[in-house]
Design a binder for this molecule. Structure first.
Ligand code: GDP
Length: 376
């Protein structure tokens, strides 16, 4: 009997122990799925959190390709100085090597002259620069190549007349800028780049596609305009350039933009035709107000020939500033000096590449420093 009672108690204890073991097991089974769920929640939430920023970044990405924010213009020439590498090598390798010689004899001075002429500085300007350099070297007794280089740099800066006002005249409302030059010199590209520069500086811009001679020009200009949010006025292909220019300026006046930039065609095969066309564009535009700036776009790689062509434009319209393009593609950076000297018009901007922000305000000291750099 005692054994029977003992057996029953034992069985009871075992049963309870078994239940005790089972309950946590069931709980463990039941509970574990719950905590992972609970734990997953924040993670999921965290997942959403990770995804969420992606959605907003995806959203603003959509308009970004249409409206760009152009790079600031200040200090562009310094940033783009590497683009002048071909000119640098002419100045750097030959000229500076001569200046580094122990003795500057007659042959050495002749070599210096040859280098400047090879860099397209022009014969007259070269004689003047070298004459003054010789004089100063003698007076100062300069022998040290670093000092000689500094003297040469000072003469080149002087030849570029650092006192000239090179800012764009965009004070009018709207200010009207005509862009002229031979076809292929980079007019349309320059219009687009200038629009970017002005927009970067807070202006509103309207582009007039008055180069109706080249079918692609108006399309090209519209693409530039679209990228920075400038308005564009185009005419049908072959339309009268003067009428497109008129419409552009009229729309600029009506809509109250800050600046109207008019791209023109430059057919040079017939000087009379060019005079007629450009003269008419200018006259028609002036019916609505003065032209504030007429920029002549010149391809630096065309050298002294380009200068002759440029002179024709200065006879036709009153050019107020020169934009020298493609300085990145020539070893003849000295052309800047020749252009200013021959035309008597300040170089205001320089093109240093095909990229949208490869247009820099021209600064004589920074330019010369890039050519005969103090660390060259
Ligand atoms: P347009 O006929 O005078 O309007 O000339 P475009 O604007 O169509 O330019 C003619 C070519 O010159 C194009 O291929 C431009 O990309 C190129 N170009 C314009 N400016 C520069 C520059 O500063 N450097 C270089 N390397 N190419 C340029």
């Amino acid at each position: 009997m005692e054994f029977v009672i003992l057996g029953i108690v034992l069985a009871g204890v075992l049963l309870l122990a078994g239940l005790g073991l089972l309950v946590p097991r069931i709980r463990r089974r039941a509970v574990p799925p719950a905590p992972p769920q609970a734990a997953d929640q924040p993670e999921e939430g965290g997942g959403v959190g990770i995804l969420a920023p992606e959605r907003p970044t995806e959203a603003p990405e959509a308009p970004a390709p249409t409206i760009e924010t152009p790079a600031p213009t200040a200090g562009r020439l310094v940033r783009l100085r590497g683009r002048l590498s071909r000119s640098q090598s002419v100045f750097g390798k030959s000229l500076l090597a001569v200046l580094a010689r122990d003795r500057l004899d007659e042959d050495a001075w002749e070599e210096i002259e040859d280098s400047l002429i090879a860099a397209d500085v022009g014969v007259e300007a070269t004689h003047e620069i070298v004459g003054r350099l010789r004089e100063r070297t003698k007076v100062l007794g300069t022998r040290n190549p670093t000092e000689l280089r500094a003297l040469l740099a000072a003469e080149l800066v002087e030849a570029l007349d650092p006192t000239l006002d090179r800012s764009l005249n965009v004070a009018g409302k709207p200010s009207v800028l005509l862009v002229v030059g031979v076809n292929g010199s980079g007019k349309t590209t320059t219009c687009g780049k200038i629009a970017r520069v002005l927009i970067a500086d807070g202006h509103t811009v309207l582009l007039g596609a008055a180069d109706t001679f080249r079918a692609a020009a108006s399309e090209q200009l519209a693409t530039w305009a679209g990228r920075v949010g400038a308005e564009v006025v185009r005419g049908p292909e072959g339309a009268d350039p003067a009428s497109v220019a008129f419409d552009a300026v009229k729309k600029g006046v009506d809509t109250g933009v800050d600046t109207v930039l008019v791209d023109t065609a430059g057919r040079l095969q017939n000087k009379v035709g060019l005079m007629d066309e450009l003269g008419k564009v200018k006259r028609v535009v002036e019916k609505q107000g003065p032209v504030d700036e007429t920029l002549l776009v010149l391809d630096a790689t065309t050298g002294q020939n380009g200068l002759e062509q440029a002179r024709v434009f200065t006879e036709v319209v009153d050019v107020t500033g020169v934009v020298l393009t493609k300085l990145d593609g020539t070893a003849k950076g000295g052309i800047v000096i020749a252009v200013q000297r021959k035309l008597g018009i300040p170089v205001k901007l320089v093109g240093l590449g095909e990229g949208p922000d490869d247009l820099a305000p021209f600064e004589p000291a920074a330019f010369v420093d890039a050519l005969v750099g103090t660390d060259a």
